[in-house]
Design a protein around this ligand. Structure first.
Ligand SMILES: [Zn+2]
Ligand SMILES: [Zn+2]
Length: 241
């Protein structure tokens, strides 16, 4: 009854295609959810990059043969296609945060299906530099991490990692430039230094491109004596290799 009333006063529309959805708390319509493309194996066994259909399951991608990885496992739920590109862009830059509920639900469902939700002590997000957070007002990684932690009843902290260097946007850079740009740009807070020790950590972010950012966070956490560091993102923008 209350739901019907809210629907009448605040009809929700799909944040991707704009059609009216059935319920006030449905921000992505069933049709657009169906369009999202799940990533399917084979994957690089180190970084989870999508490999060609006939690759051996134990294959390692060319990037992982060259560079050091500090996270243990990485998972991404969907391909970064047009639908997700629009939704994530509006989430990050236009403060359309209502989609976070749907995103975190899709991510937790995926985690349960693949047993990724087990033996995690702590969920962390990728922090933004204070000045960028001030300008943008929204840290999409933080919102997703907190939501997922709530759904899985796992401890979350937004006060363990901090961004100490205001680096230029990774999206404009090539892979090797991203690695150099992000290096030494995070640190652990005093609370994080003690709190991360011997903990199995899940890092949550919206998008995995080259993995340079989450890899740098994992490096800092491992240096502080953390246990396993796994990564989950909603989408991954990798091409086949
Ligand atoms: Zn739609
Ligand atoms: Zn790889």
């Amino acid at each position: 009854m209350l739901g019907a009333l809210i629907n009448l006063v605040y009809p929700a529309s799909c944040q991707s295609c704009g059609i009216r959805t059935g319920s006030w708390n449905e921000n992505i319509c069933a049709g657009c959810l169906k369009k999202l493309k799940e990533r399917l194996p084979p994957f690089c066994r180190k970084c989870n990059r999508q490999l060609k259909g006939n690759s051996e399951p134990e294959n390692i991608c060319p990037d992982c043969r060259q560079s050091a990885l500090y996270f243990d496992r990485a998972f991404s739920v969907f391909h970064y296609d047009e639908t997700l590109r629009g939704l994530i862009h509006n989430f990050k830059y236009n403060k359309i945060t209502c989609v976070a509920k749907e995103f975190s639900k899709l991510m937790t469902t995926f985690m349960k299906q693949h047993d990724i939700d087990r033996e995690i002590d702590l969920i962390l997000s990728v922090p933004m530099h204070a000045s960028r957070l001030f300008a943008r007002e929204v840290n999409s990684s933080d919102i997703l991490a907190r939501d997922i932690a709530g759904k899985l009843a796992i401890r979350y902290s937004g006060a363990f990692l901090k961004k100490i260097k205001n680096t230029c946007a990774q999206s404009k850079l090539a892979r090797h430039e991203r690695i150099r740009n992000i290096k030494d740009s995070f640190s652990l807070t005093r609370r994080g230094t003690g709190g991360a020790r011997q903990k199995n950590i899940l890092l949550v972010d919206d998008l995995f491109t080259t993995g340079a950012t989450v890899n740098e966070c994992a490096r800092i956490l491992k240096k502080a004596g953390s246990g396993r560091v796994d990564v989950i993102t909603l989408a991954r923008g990798d091409s086949l290799s």
